[in-house]
Design a protein around this ligand. Structure first.
Ligand code: FES
Ligand SMILES: [Fe+2]
Length: 356
């Protein structure tokens, strides 16, 4: 599967975003994750459950059934499965002799997100969930806002490539202020313990966007120092900051750092060639400002929608394209290539284990 040499390009041993927490209720919902239909619901005490989503009897999606206590009941012939997957009832029989367990998956609810582990259960470690303190999620002094979702008719790697390269800004996101300046700013990269970080540090004229985000109290004329950061935590999660103003050379009375607004990206393969794209933001200024929340959500949906359109168009003829022509890479592709190498190493490790 392009761009990797393996049949499957999905890294299994990761915590992927399965849903926003408020999507999972006492009504069962189905979502295909990593190529498998999964049913999710909440137990009576509110704990979320994730189970393989097709009934083993005649394969009706379990989400078409209903939740009873902590169990789920199939909507076709009434087989009942406990929250640990055990088939506990077959209504047409008094005695069920054979034991059967429907696969269940670890589902970890942390703040506004439910993470799922569908890989090797022996490797399942909650410490591998992306580090919330790094991007202000569920942290004191930070707001969570503008959650949104897109379904992509394209493989997850196309979205990862897109997020790792901001030189598409002037061409895809025509409406963004200062986009040309952004595309040419030199970047530096850093291998951190939890992420691969790309930083762009530059100067930009104070513009309408800064005014809108940071408010009139930061009124200013002249150049602002700013940094834009992208972090790759794994194929399942990335962040890109909005320009973080780190200094106003002519103004000593304005705090050096005006605030951070992080745009976060949950990337969950639905199948080998389709993707769930979960977006949301965090910020540490203008907390609780609903007008800014709304502005940010609208801006975010517009930008993500533009990226999704591009990815869908690439996927449409991707198999043909890679058969006919070699990919032409340039300097700006360095971060994306570095990230692909990291993903490739994960795939190599998982495939080697399968061969053992
Ligand atoms: S298909 Fe589920 S009980 Fe028959
Ligand atoms: Fe984009």
């Amino acid at each position: 599967m392009y761009p990797f040499k393996f049949k499957s390009s999905i890294v299994k041993n990761r915590w992927y975003m399965a849903a926003f927490s408020n999507e999972i209720t006492r009504e069962p919902m189905e979502r295909t994750l990593l190529g498998k239909p999964v049913v999710m619901y909440r137990k009576e005490n509110g704990t979320p459950v994730a189970m393989y989503g097709l009934c083993p009897h005649r394969y009706l999606p379990l989400a078409k059934g209903h939740v009873d206590g902590d169990s789920i009941v199939c909507g076709y012939h009434g087989f009942k499965f406990s929250d640990t997957g055990e088939r506990t009832e077959v209504p047409s029989q008094d005695v069920v002799k054979t034991k059967f367990c429907q696969p269940v998956y670890a589902l970890e609810e942390r703040g506004p997100i439910c993470w799922i582990w569908m890989g090797d259960p022996d490797k399942c470690d909650k410490n591998l969930i992306p580090p919330y303190e790094d991007f202000g999620l569920d942290q004191p002094g930070w707001d969570f806002h503008s959650p949104n979702y897109f379904h992509i008719e394209g493989r997850s790697q196309l979205l990862i490539d897109n997020l790792m390269d901001l030189t598409h800004l002037p061409y895809v996101h025509h409406h963004i202020d200062g986009k040309d300046a952004m595309a040419k700013i030199p970047l530096t990269t850093e291998d951190r313990e939890t992420s691969y970080r790309i930083s762009r540090n530059g100067k930009a004229p104070w513009n309408d966007y800064f005014k809108l985000v940071f408010g009139p109290e930061a009124e200013y004329q002249g150049l602002a120092d700013f940094t834009v950061r992208s972090d790759f935590y794994g194929p399942e999660f990335m962040s890109t900051s909005l320009p973080i103003v780190t200094g106003l050379p002519d103004r000593d009375d304005v705090p050096k750092e005006l605030g951070s607004l992080m745009i976060l990206h949950g990337v969950t393969p639905e199948t080998e060639t389709t993707t769930h794209y979960f977006g949301f933001s965090t910020r540490n200024f203008r907390l609780g400002d609903k007008a800014l929340d709304q502005f940010q959500l609208a801006a975010d949906e517009k930008i993500r929608g533009q990226d999704v359109d591009i990815i869908n168009a690439v996927e449409e003829r991707l198999d043909l394209a890679v058969d006919l022509q070699r990919e032409l890479l340039v300097q700006a592709d360095v971060p994306a290539v570095q990230v692909r190498r990291r993903i490739e190493a994960m795939l190599v490790a998982e495939n080697a284990e399968l061969e053992d």
